[in-house]
Write a protein that binds this ligand. Structure first.
Ligand code: TRH
Length: 383
C-alpha cells in the first residue's frame, strides 16, 4: 500500500483541518492509501469528529492514522507521498530525512481554494527547494478542468439526493436537532459566519417576510451574533420567526444541515464548498485578509457562479453577498439596516430560480474529477 503523509498546522478556525481530514479520509477510503494525518492540534479535528481523543498521540479513524505532530523523524519515517496543506511545511527533520530516502518522496503543497484565473497557470508547477535536492509541486483546488477540482466523497451526492427527496429523513433530522419540525412552507436558514456579519439586520429582515422563518446557528460566532440580535432588541421574536442555537455539529451532520435548509450562510473554504454540493442558494462570508485581497477572491467566484444566471437574479446574489461581506464598507448601522432588508428580500424572493441554479452549478461541478482522484493521478504521473 502506498504510504501518504499529510501535514496540517492549524492557522485558526476549522477549515485547514476540515479540508485536510476530508482529503485524508478520501485517500484511505476511496484510493486505498496508507494515510497518516499529522496535526499540530488534534483537538481542532476532534471538534469536527467527536469520536477522536484530543489528547491522543496516535489513533485511527475511518482508515486514517491521526497523529499528533512531533519534531523528530528519520528516513524510514518518510512516506512515498508527502502532502503539506496550505504551505504549512513539514517539520525540518522530516524534510531533511526526505533527502536521504530512495526513491525520493513525491512532495505536494495543497493550496487554498480560489476561483481566480491565475490559479490555472500555477496548478501543478514544480518548485525546486532552494537548499536541498528536493522538488515540491503546487496543487490548486478549483472550479475548472485545469485545476485540481474540489473534494467530493464518492457517495456524497447520492446521500444528499436521498436526504433531500425523503421527507422522513428531513423530519427526523429537524426533530433530533431542534425537537420540532419546521411548519410547512417555512424558510429554513443556516448560519455560519465570521465576526462582523450583519446577523441582526438579517433576522429583522426575516421577520418581515410573509412566511414562517427558521434560523439555525451551530455554536460559535454566528450563534453569538444571533443571540445578541434579540438581546439588543434589534430583532424581536415573533410568531413566524424561530431562531435556534444548536451544538457545533460533527462534520458529516453539518452537511445534513446544509441539505435540510433553503438558504445557507457559510464561510471560509470547506463549508463554502459543502454549500455548493448541497445544491441550495447560499451566501459566502469570505475569510477577510489584511490586504483586502479577499474582495478579489469574492468577485472572482461571483463572476463564475453568476455567469449562468439571468442578470436580475445575478444582481440579487451579488448585492446580498456584498452586503453580507459589508462591501459597502460597514455603513452606519441605520444605513446598513435599511440596505439589508432590500437585498435579503430580493434574494429570498428569487429563491426558486436560485435553487434551480444551485442545482445546475453542483451538477456541473460534479462532472469533474474530485480532488482526491486528481491528486492521486497527479502524483502517479510524477513517478
Ligand atoms: O472554520 P473556517 O473559517 O476555516 C477557515 C478557512 O478554512 C479559511 O480558508 C482559512 O484561511 C482559515 O480557516 C484559516 O471555515 P471552513 O473552511 O468552512 O471550515 C469549517 C469546518 O467546520 C468545515 O469543515 C465544516 C465544519 N463544521 C462542522 O463540522 N460543524 C459545524 O457545526 C460547522 C458550523 C462547521
Amino acid at each position: 500500500m502506498e504510504r501518504w503523509d499529510i501535514f496540517c498546522r492549524v492557522v485558526d478556525n476549522y477549515g485547514d483541518v476540515g479540508v485536510s481530514w476530508r482529503l485524508a479520509r478520501a485517500l484511505a477510503r476511496e484510493h486505498r492509501k496508507d494515510v497518516r494525518l499529522w496535526l499540530d492540534d488534534v483537538a481542532v479535528l476532534a471538534r469536527l469528529r467527536p469520536e477522536l481523543d484530543p489528547g491522543s498521540e496516535g489513533q485511527r479513524l475511518e482508515g486514517v492514522e491521526v497523529r499528533k505532530l512531533r519534531d523528530t523523524f528519520g528516513t524510514e519515517d518518510v512516506a512515498d507521498v508527502v502532502v503539506e496543506t496550505f504551505g504549512c511545511d513539514p517539520p525540518d527533520s522530516y524534510v531533511q530525512a526526505m533527502v536521504g530516502r530512495a526513491p525520493v518522496a513525491r512532495w505536494i503543497n495543497l493550496e487554498y481554494l480560489s476561483a481566480e484565473e491565475w490559479v490555472e497557470g500555477s496548478h501543478g508547477l514544480p518548485s525546486p527547494n532552494p537548499r536541498l535536492p528536493l522538488t515540491k509541486h503546487y496543487f490548486f483546488p478549483g472550479f475548472t478542468g485545469r485545476t485540481g477540482g474540489l473534494l467530493r466523497e464518492a457517495d456524497l451526492l447520492a446521500r444528499r439526493d436521498a436526504f433531500q427527496t425523503e421527507p422522513g429523513a428531513q423530519a427526523a433530522f429537524w426533530t433530533a436537532l431542534t425537537g420540532a419540525v419546521p411548519p410547512g412552507g417555512a424558510l429554513k436558514v443556516s448560519l455560519f459566519s465570521y465576526e462582523g456579519a450583519p446577523v441582526a439586520p438579517l433576522v429583522a429582515a426575516c421577520a418581515r417576510l410573509p412566511i414562517p422563518v427558521w434560523i439555525v446557528a451551530p455554536e460559535g460566532v454566528a450563534a453569538r451574533l444571533l443571540e445578541a440580535a434579540f438581546e439588543t432588541g434589534e430583532a424581536e421574536r415573533c410568531a413566524d420567526l424561530e431562531a435556534f442555537v444548536v451544538p457545533f455539529l460533527p462534520q458529516d451532520r453539518y452537511d445534513e444541515l446544509l441539505w435540510a435548509c433553503d438558504v445557507n450562510f457559510v464561510r471560509g473554504e470547506d463549508s463554502f464548498v459543502r454549500a455548493q454540493w448541497a445544491a441550495r442558494p447560499f451566501v459566502w462570508h469570505i475569510y477577510p485578509t489584511e490586504d483586502n485581497a479577499h474582495w478579489v477572491k469574492l468577485g472572482a467566484f461571483l463572476a463564475r457562479y453568476t455567469a449562468g444566471l439571468e442578470r436580475a437574479h445575478a444582481g440579487a446574489v451579488t448585492a446580498l453577498w456584498e452586503a453580507w461581506n459589508r462591501r459597502d464598507g460597514a455603513p452606519s448601522r441605520d444605513a446598513e439596516t435599511q440596505a439589508f432588508p432590500g437585498a435579503w428580500a430580493e434574494f429570498a424572493g428569487r429563491r426558486e430560480a436560485l435553487e434551480a441554479h444551485a442545482g445546475k452549478w453542483a451538477a456541473g461541478l460534479a462532472l469533474r474529477r474530485d480532488l482526491a482522484a486528481a491528486i492521486v493521478d497527479f502524483v502517479d504521473n510524477l513517478l
